[in-house]
Each structure stands twice: as structure tokens, then as C-alpha cells.
Write a protein that binds this ligand. Structure first.
Ligand SMILES: [Zn+2]
Length: 409
């Protein structure tokens, strides 16, 4: 095993030069061929994976499938952590910085959702087939290509199948990884593979905060206890006032009241009423302002009822994702743009909430890109993935990761 320098020769070149040099290597050519020729195998993996249920907080069967694949590929230090995140290193572990590649294994579909995946020409259908079976398969395909073709990156790569990206998962998998000093100090940049496509990259992490607001009162009979404060009325006042909030178009900031509950019967004064509220913004400061606005509306409504009867209100945080932005001079951004120029891809920067929110909020370099192919119907039972030209997206990922690690001749 030759001694690795943490930063290889090609990593010190400008990204365009580094990519041209990397793409000319014989081993990289052979990895490209592998990515092209193994398409049928990738489809089999994708169909198999999509049929394993992975609801939020129930990802263990899918994580186990991935752990087996990592072992079959001969990755090093293959293991699952206490949350269910799966790790495998491309090469024998040694000290030094790592480049990370991750794909979330969870889906939005609750346990019991019929997951039958089916193939129709180049198109695969099934819940989760694109988001994120395609991402996990792309990560495996790239790991497999690097191993098979004998490419020797100058820095080691850690492949991660993480849990908890979707919905109430609230990025718990990635949060856990970056709260572990072993990983957070070693992973100097992270490529997140999520969903289909090859012509976008996420530079801007959309922040969100989610709350459940609950008003409580003594309750009572609609006739005999008339005058007792009514939690449904108080909640309605709070929501009506909050929904007047003015939000900027730029940085884009939005809110939604998505669920409302309360009461038991038409002739009872309810004992409680609650609503779930979703706040989003590209800016952390705007997100905080909007949260403050919600809290004020809730307090004002709570104070508006008769003062002689006991009313209480609580606001529970049920989700929190930090907003953040990749600096314009980040190497990972230059790398993606240079790879896209090299491959003739016209790509655009996007704003989204992904696993990259966590490293970005810690001022680490991270970027989210697609797994190639095309997809649609994400988060619905009609989800699909079109495998046509998937290898272009896979080459993009391979070149990007190698430009980040550098390659030994
Ligand atoms: Zn996803």
C-alpha cells in the first residue's frame, strides 16, 4: 500500500485541470465502462431495494441490505452505528481526511405501504424507486466501479447509507454522524446523492422549523358551562392572526398550517385544540423572525380569553432543519461546475432541504446532486425512475468524488 498524501497532486490543480487529468487515466476509463455495462445489475439492485420497507424510524431492514452489499464489494470497516447509519470505507482505514459520499435509506412511506416495484422498458415504477433507491444504487455503483477498475484515490472515501432524512426523521442520521468527532473531524467534504437527475446541484440549504401548538382549557358543557374559554376559538384566533404574517419573497420564506385537531362533540366545550405549523426559509434570520411572529400570535390569543378561567398553551418543536449556504468559493462547488463543463452538462444551482443542511450549517463543504437518469412522482405511490443515460449521472458522481480526493497514478 503506497503512502497517501492527504492532498494529492491532482487535488492541488485547479478543478478543471484536475478533472481533465483524472478523466484520462486508464483506470478511470475502465470505471466508466463498468458504469455503462452494469446497468442491468444496477436495475436489479434498485428493484430489490425499493421493495424493502424503510419508513422513518424503521430503516433497519434496508440498512442491513446495504451493509451486505458493502461487505460483498469488499469495503473496509463496514458497520452500522447505534442509529442505523451504515458505513464502509473504500480502502484500508488510516489516519487522514476523508471524502464522504452519502445517500439516505429512508422513505416517506409508512409501514404497510404496498411497495411492489415494476419494470417497463427503461422505466422503473414504485414508491421510493427514485427517492432514494436511485441514490443508494448510484453510491453502490460508484463504489463498485472504483473497486472493480482498481482506481486509487489519494484520500480515502467513506460511503454512508444514512437514516432519517425524510419528514419526522428531521435529518437525525446526518445530525448524529456530524455530532461524532470521529466523523466530523475526518470528513472534509460530503457529496450527498439524493433522487434522480444529473443537471442540478444544491448550494443553498433550505431551513425549516415545525411546531405543534396546543391550547388547553377546563372544557365543559356547551349550555351549562357557557363562557368557559374555548381552546378551538383561541387556537383559531392565534392562527388567523399568524396567517397575516408578512414574509419576504427574497430570501424566500413560507409558512403552512398543515394539521388541525381538537374537540370531541358538538355540544362539548373542548379541553384542547392543536395545530401543526411548518415554517421555511432560505435565511436563518427570517426563520427566527417568523417563529417569533408565531409565538406572539399564540401568546396574544391565550391572553384574549376570559381571565378568570384556566387556559394554558404549549408550543412543541417537532422539526428543525438549519438554513445555510455553500460559499461561492467552496472547492466542492468549483469541482461540480468543472465536472459539468467537462461532461457538457448545463446545470443549475438549487435551494432544497437535504442531508447537506447539517454539514453546511457546521461550515463544512457539502453538496447534493442527483443519481442520474430521470424521475418523478416523488413522495407518491406513482413514483417512477427512468434509467435512460443513468451512466452520465454516475460518471458525474465518480469524477466529482475523484476530483475531491485526487488520484494516485
Ligand atoms: Zn430524498
Amino acid at each position: 500500500m503506497p503512502v497517501r498524501s492527504p492532498v494529492s497532486e491532482s487535488a492541488s490543480l485547479n478543478p478543471q485541470q484536475a478533472i481533465t487529468q483524472i478523466a484520462e487515466l486508464r483506470s478511470v476509463h475502465s470505471a466508466f465502462h463498468y458504469l455503462h455495462n452494469q446497468e442491468m445489475e444496477f436495475r436489479r439492485w434498485q428493484m430489490e431495494l425499493a421493495e424493502i420497507a424503510a419508513p422513518p424510524f424503521g430503516e433497519s431492514a434496508r440498512a442491513e441490505w446495504l451493509r451486505q452489499r458493502f461487505l460483498n464489494l469488499g469495503l473496509f470497516r463496514v458497520h452500522t452505528d447505534e442509529l442505523g447509519n451504515v458505513f464502509g470505507l473504500l480502502d484500508e482505514p488510516e489516519e487522514g481526511p476523508l471524502v464522504g459520499m452519502s445517500a439516505h435509506v429512508d422513505t416517506v412511506f409508512p409501514q404497510g405501504t404496498p411497495l411492489g416495484a415494476r419494470e417497463e422498458g427503461n422505466k422503473l415504477h414504485g414508491p421510493g424507486i427514485s427517492d432514494n433507491a436511485a441514490g443508494v444504487v448510484a453510491m453502490l455503483a460508484v463504489a463498485s466501479a472504483l473497486r472493480t477498475a482498481g482506481v486509487r484515490p489519494a484520500a480515502n472515501i467513506v460511503f454512508i447509507g444514512n437514516v432519517g432524512e425524510e419528514g419526522e426523521g428531521d435529518l437525525r442520521g446526518m445530525r448524529h454522524i456530524f455530532s461524532d468527532p470521529r466523523w466530523s473531524s475526518a470528513i472534509r467534504s460530503l457529496l450527498v446523492i439524493d433522487g434522480a437527475g444529473h443537471d442540478t446541484y444544491v448550494t443553498h440549504a433550505l431551513g425549516s422549523k415545525r411546531f405543534e401548538v396546543t391550547f388547553h382549557g377546563p372544557g365543559g358543557h356547551s349550555w351549562s358551562d357557557f363562557g368557559t374559554p374555548n381552546p378551538i376559538v383561541l387556537l383559531s384566533r392565534a392562527l388567523a392572526s399568524f396567517s397575516q404574517a408578512e414574509v419576504p419573497e427574497s430570501p424566500r420564506t413560507t409558512f403552512n398550517i398543515g394539521v388541525i385537531q381538537g374537540g370531541t362533540s358538538v355540544n362539548s366545550i373542548p379541553e384542547s385544540a392543536s395545530a401543526r405549523v411548518d415554517l421555511r426559509s432560505a435565511s436563518m434570520a427570517e426563520l427566527q423572525k417568523l417563529e417569533q411572529r408565531l409565538r406572539e400570535a399564540v401568546s396574544a390569543a391565550a391572553a384574549s380569553g376570559p381571565v378568570d378561567k384556566k387556559v394554558s398553551v404549549d408550543i412543541q418543536t417537532i422539526g428543525s432543519r438549519p438554513a445555510a449556504m455553500l460559499p461561492a468559493d467552496a472547492r466542492i462547488l468549483q469541482v461540480i461546475r468543472a465536472v459539468d463543463a467537462h461532461l457538457g452538462i448545463k446545470s443549475v444551482a438549487r435551494l432544497a432541504s437535504t442531508d447537506a443542511n447539517i454539514p453546511l450549517s457546521l461550515e463544512r463543504e457539502a453538496i447534493t446532486i442527483g443519481s442520474g437518469g430521470d424521475g418523478g412522482g416523488a413522495h407518491t405511490l406513482r413514483e417512477w425512475f427512468d434509467c435512460t443515460q443513468r451512466d452520465l449521472g454516475l460518471k458525474r458522481i465518480l469524477l466529482a468524488v475523484l476530483a475531491l480526493t485526487g488520484v494516485q497514478e
